[in-house]
Design a protein around this ligand. Structure first.
Ligand code: DGP
Length: 126
């Protein structure tokens, strides 16, 4: 798959939009009015959850520019709650958001990777 252009228009047929509409399955971890969290299909750590906003945002850049404050606050609180509910606060965890070609973003619906469950080592390799 090609990397996402973070300035492209939102594609309502992207995989995560289809998961949000219930057209494709996911292993749901959490849901509220602002966010849906589900297990990544190709986990890179013992815990690898994707947290996505319910609104239509291509990228972190798009989300920061266009989302209302209440949606940004609700989303960030949801990410924190998912990590807390998964018992990750004490051992620690990593949040990651990929933007554009250099960031390696593939799916054009903004998402945060929440990884943990073991020491994750250096932040960037390669
Ligand atoms: P990114 O490179 O940041 O766009 O990461 C996209 C992530 O989405 C990648 O870790 C794999 C995951 N993924 C892709 N397709 C699906 C899917 O259909 N279901 C689930 N659960 N995860 C997916």
């Amino acid at each position: 798959m090609d990397a996402v252009d973070p300035t492209q228009p939102y594609d309502p047929e992207n995989i995560f939009a289809r998961i949000l509409r219930g057209e494709l399955p996911c292993e749901k971890v959490y849901e509220d009015e602002f966010a849906l969290a589900f297990n990544d299909i190709g986990p890179q750590a013992p815990v690898h959850v994707l947290v996505i906003p319910k609104g239509e945002y291509v990228s972190w850049d798009d989300f920061c520019l266009k989302a209302p404050d209440a949606e940004i606050a609700g989303f960030i609180r949801a990410v924190g709650k998912v990590a807390r509910d998964l018992g990750l606060v004490e051992p620690g965890y990593r949040l990651l958001n990929n933007v554009g070609p250099d960031g390696g973003q593939i799916v054009p619906h903004m998402h945060v990777h929440l990884c943990g469950g073991k020491p994750l080592g250096r932040m960037i390799s390669g």
